[in-house]
Write a protein that binds this ligand. Structure first.
Ligand SMILES: [Zn+2]
Length: 702
């Protein structure tokens, strides 16, 4: 299910960095964060004329024209691998979360008379935060809290014991071999089934194991060196650790070669292999999956999906022909890797940061501990923390404004579908039916997650993390066989992001996003529609991109297109594939037009919908389209606000990772390439037909 969620801003790389951002605390690490007031918060604007570079021709490079002022003002911080307007707001939100957490963490003795006693949720988020900040205890305990788990792996003697062991490791968040989670049935989106997916890799994705260029070979060597160092930190002699690191790479390479590429994974048809647990178990002769399911407290019978049959066939062979000692080495690595952040001593923390954040993505400095601990609580207890967050920072009026904008964009999409010259009336009826069924989720869940059963203990960073992961796994697997709960959220309320869920046909906009520099009630519709409006349109368009269009209004994987319309859609989409394939992100690495197609379609369609909705608004409000504010007409401010949301500086290492793994194009192209396809933009700035910001043959689907 997670794999099919499409967001406005993929934090795949970012999330991975956050996971390892729990790294590298200096020996003298402070256990109290700097007071919030020490951090200066700049005033953030949606349309900011002071960022514009008038020495650049807007028809030449609109991104530079709109963002050069921001680039000058915002040098890339040493602890970031990329820094843009999303990070600006993300850091501001994190500051707000820190204040909430510090208050929740304050011991009873220091609470003033008018502060109420801590609620159950406040106890959990406060104690989780303070145990994460307590580096002295984490360092003192060393690897001891993980020893029972290491012993558990050491104790197994044969593959027959593997199903039970693996179900336990999966429960505590160890990504070994494969994954099991609850996901809506492809054919019956109202019901949750078991979803068995490929997993088990330590590098960002499968092609890192197969590419043969010099840089990729070097990265694999650096990865092996990293695994070796982690084994050594866990107490292995160097020669043994080196041999074990080679074993890890060899086993992971086998798994990688049997896995789908990230581009292949984008087509739901490639993942749709319905079966039942009993047959699946029978097929895997060397690994009784029914035993695994029983140990995991998941159904041992009934419908399920085998996302990657080729992968599971290879896994089955691998467990049969690999010595048990090598399998145990592989499992030990993934256990250490899963906890080598804020839960283990700084040596693990530092080494993990060094490989994932520095080597792969170019970060120069680790993020401060309080930042990593705040993000950790957001991940583990997101709705307990989020509940306090929205009460403080997301008033009901903000929710209403967000909803109004969403409805206006949906109305624009209805008109747009009516006006399409390439789609037949029959498919239009189906498309509008799907559009009118979209559910809008704004801000936060109506029903908050109940953490009562999760035990959080002061001073037990590793235990808390393990219990939080076990709690989440159990919560997820308990959904199998039950009706889908469409009210559930996959992002926490303070998140600066949004997503469309194709199997539920709903758009989700977390509270954390509806703030400057993306949305402001102090600014006019031209700015807000150009910026947040384009995001709302983006998420909505995901329901009709190359992936989303394969799902019907109820979220079932079911074709509702006529053959002729489908061919026309594909031909139009192909125009965008070629457009992005031609872009060289870093020397020698081109963007992947097929991998980024869904996001590119959503960017172009979304901006177009925002434009249409805004024109309607402007007309209804009798806006004088020739009247300039700050020296710019309303339509010019619309386009500049769009571009300014993407102002971002990125390290070349991260740009390479992004081009190779991220379904989103880098921000420069999300601005310029999209705008070259819109003649309305060229008209607003009187660009000549031959200008770089005008595509000779513009692409357009929606
Ligand atoms: Zn998206």
């Amino acid at each position: 299910m997670l794999r099919l969620t499409v967001s406005v801003r993929c934090f795949v790389v970012f999330a991975a960095l956050q996971a390892v951002a729990f790294t590298g605390v200096a020996a003298h690490a402070q256990t109290t964060a700097p007071a919030a007031k020490e951090l200066r918060v700049p005033e953030l604007r949606v349309f900011d004329p002071s960022l514009i570079d008038k020495s650049t021709d807007p028809c030449d490079n609109f991104y530079k024209y709109s963002c050069n002022g921001w680039f000058k003002r915002n040098p890339l911080p040493a602890d970031q691998t990329s820094y843009g307007r999303f990070t600006e707001l993300y850091e501001l939100n994190r500051l707000h979360l820190k204040q909430i957490l510090e208050q929740a963490a304050a011991p009873a003795a220091t609470r003033t008379a008018n502060e109420h006693p801590r609620s159950e949720n406040e106890q959990k988020i406060g104690d989780e935060y303070s145990s994460c900040m307590d580096t002295a205890t984490v360092n003192k305990l060393g690897i001891a809290p993980l020893q029972p788990e290491l012993d558990r792996i050491a104790a197994i003697k044969s593959v027959a014991q593997l199903p039970a062991l693996l179900s336990h490791l999966h429960a505590i968040g160890v990504n070994a071999f494969f994954m099991l989670y609850a996901s809506p049935d492809f054919a019956d989106a109202g019901t949750m089934v078991s979803y068995y997916a490929a997993g088990g890799l330590g590098l960002p994705e499968r092609d890192y194991y197969t590419r043969t260029d010099a840089k990729s070979v070097e990265q694999r060597q650096q990865y092996v060196a990293h695994v070796r160092k982690i084994f050594m930190l866990a107490g292995e002699p160097e020669a043994q650790a080196a041999k074990n690191a080679d074993t890890v790479l060899a086993l992971e390479t086998r798994l990688a070669k049997a896995s789908l590429t990230i581009t292949e994974q984008r087509d739901p048809q490639n993942l749709n292999h319905p079966t039942d647990v009993a047959s699946f178990s029978k097929e895997l002769a060397h690994f009784p999956m029914a035993d695994y399911a029983a140990a995991a407290h998941a159904p041992t019978a009934g419908r399920m999906n085998d996302a990657e049959p080729k992968f599971f066939a290879e896994f089955n062979t691998l467990v049969a022909d690999t010595p048990i000692g090598e399998i145990k080495t592989y499992l030990r690595w993934h256990l250490l890797h899963a906890y080598a952040g804020t839960s283990l001593p700084e040596s693990f923390d530092q080494e993990t940061w060094n490989f994932y954040a520095h080597t792969l993505n170019g970060a120069e400095k680790q993020q401060e501990r309080w930042k990593r601990c705040t993000s950790r609580v957001d991940r583990e207890l997101g709705e307990a923390l989020g509940q306090v967050y929205v009460a403080k920072y997301f008033p009901p009026a903000a929710k209403q404004r967000a909803l109004d904008m969403t409805l206006a964009i949906e109305q624009a999409m209805g008109k747009d579908i009516d006006a399409l010259d390439w789609m037949s009336p029959a498919t239009k009826v189906m498309a509008k039916d799907k559009l009118h069924t979209v559910m809008n989720k704004i801000g936060y869940p109506d029903k908050w997650r109940d953490y009562t059963k999760l035990e959080i203990v002061p001073g037990d960073a590793l235990g808390n993390q393990m219990r939080a992961r076990e709690f989440e796994t159990a919560r997820d697997l308990a959904k199998i066989g039950k009706p889908v709960d469409k009210g559930e959220w996959e992002m926490t309320p303070p998140t600066v992001n949004a997503y469309y869920e194709p199997q539920q046909n709903n758009v989700n906009f977390p509270a954390g996003y509806f703030q400057p520099p993306f949305f402001s009630d102090k600014e006019d519709d031209a700015a807000n529609y150009g910026d947040m409006g384009s995001t709302v349109g983006h998420e909505l368009t995901h329901g009709f991109d190359d992936e989303g269009r394969q799902f019907d209004k109820d979220g079932n994987l079911k074709n509702w297109w006529t053959k002729e319309d489908e061919d026309k859609f594909n031909a139009r989409a192909d125009c965008e594939v070629k457009q992005y394939d031609a872009i060289e992100a870093v020397p020698g690495v081109h963007l992947n037009g097929k991998l980024t197609l869904g996001e590119n379609l959503a960017d172009l369609g979304g901006l177009w919908l925002a434009w249409l909705a805004w024109l309607d608004k402007a007309q209804a409000a009798h806006i004088d389209m020739a009247a300039a504010t700050d020296g710019y007409t309303p339509d010019q401010r619309f386009w500049i606000a769009y571009a300014q949301q993407w102002c971002t500086q990125t390290r070349p290492e991260q740009l390479r990772t992004q081009a190779q793994t991220d379904p989103h194009a880098p921000d420069e192209y999300r601005t310029n390439t999209v705008l070259t396809d819109l003649p309305e933009f060229a008209k607003s700035f009187s660009c000549k037909k031959t200008a770089p910001m005008v595509a000779p043959t513009p692409c357009r689907v929606w």
